[in-house]
Ligand binder design. Sequence first.
Ligand SMILES: CC(C)(COP(=O)(O)OP(=O)(O)OC[C@H]1O[C@@H](n2cnc3c(N)ncnc32)[C@H](O)[C@@H]1O)[C@@H](O)C(=O)NCCC(=O)NCCS
Ligand SMILES: Nc1ncnc2c1ncn2[C@@H]1O[C@H](COP(=O)(O)OP(=O)(O)OP(=O)(O)O)[C@@H](O)[C@H]1O
Length: 398
Amino acid sequence: MLQVGLTGGIGAGKSTVARRLAELGATVVDSDRIAREVVEPGTDGLREIVAAFGDDVLAEDGSLNRPALAAKVFGNEENRARLNSIVHPRVRDRAVELTGKAPADGIVVQDIPLLVENGMAPAFHLVVVVDADVELRVHRLTTSRGMDEKDVRARIAAQASEEQRREAADVWLDNSGAEEDIRAAVDELWHNRLLPFERHVREGTYPERGGPKIVDYDPEWPRQARRLIARLKLAAGDKALRVDHVGSTAVPGLAAKDVIDLQMTVASLDDADALAETLTGAGFPVRPEFTRDTPKATDPDPEHWRKRMHVSADPGRWANLHIRAAGSPGRRYALLFPAWLRADDEARAEYEAVKRETASRFADIPTYADAKEPWFAQADARAEAWAEREGWTPDPAA
Ligand SMILES: CC(C)(COP(=O)(O)OP(=O)(O)OC[C@H]1O[C@@H](n2cnc3c(N)ncnc32)[C@H](O)[C@@H]1O)[C@@H](O)C(=O)NCCC(=O)NCCS
Ligand SMILES: Nc1ncnc2c1ncn2[C@@H]1O[C@H](COP(=O)(O)OP(=O)(O)OP(=O)(O)O)[C@@H](O)[C@H]1O
């Protein structure tokens, strides 16, 4: 089952996107709708709200007077937090229950207005944010939905900023255009990303990557890495002592293959093996053929260079996860190399030239990687010398 989080500010078009996803076959779990169910007449939720806010939030028929409650909570942070603390846990429980009913090969889309605000992004395989310019949202809500402009703006002020949503968004859907445009973008997402992603997670397989193609440094890489790291930490729990962004994409300014490399530090590879199934379910199936790094001259014993490798099942974001044991030379090296390249402009430029030249000569990744080895052989000593000089350590004291 693939779990997708869908969010966006009020009026951005979440419901429009959710509707299309449902037509395509997704199981949609709608938080706004659940938030209404859990405060229906006769529920504990409604009783708690009345206890907290008084009888004047009830309509004559005993149901919740929504505009009256809205007037108390939007613009008053303390009240809004109090309401959230009553409603959100109930919404979450019910959402878990509904998600559990979806088929094993299903794609569940949870439509959650406050997904970013509530720090829920790492719990999903993928987070989709729908966005439109604030003024356009205000216009749409005041015209088509007849909402009061002040109410709309008060809700926008109580919600995440665009920047916070960008940090969480694996997919950014711009809904400033016509409805048919957003529907076409959703169709594309469904067919080219969600369907294959779900299949890979279920079957423990991963997408094809083609040959070594070097692209210019992308300033989005660190943010993409942060999102994957948050997911991996949540999935692995205490067994992940650390998760770091490593490899060339962790070196600002360096051109690289568009693959995010991550390293999870575990106490021992037994812990890595114990995590294999969990990580597969979280979207990182195992690549069983990789169990070892090439030993470096500093420690020629191949036994010390054992690791486990997983790759992302998401066809829209290639990523490798290397799991290495604390204290192992491979783990140290994976942290040292990008640290050195970040610090040494000349080495970085040299390495970029080697990558570009090698990638232009070799069409498959293993040959490309082998062809870079001679450069690494001389670079290792320079990286070590730099570490010595700078007093660099993989685990600086906090
Ligand atoms: C205050 C209430 C009664 C107002 O009801 P109303 O029918 O006017 O709005 P509705 O529930 O349909 O929400 C419409 C939109 O308002 C925004 N919104 C709702 N609650 C909140 C909140 N607590 N904080 C920020 N924005 C919110 C969201 O964008 C949502 O999509 C209601 O929104 C509510 O109970 N809110 C608390 C629960 C909640 O957080 N719901 C949203 C996510 S689960
Ligand atoms: N591309 C579009 N062009 C014109 N109108 C649109 C477009 N997308 C959505 N709308 C309209 O804007 C309003 C808000 O859209 P929608 O209900 O999908 O947003 P939402 O994010 O689900 O809102 P809420 O946060 O209140 O749940 C609706 O009236 C919808 O019909």
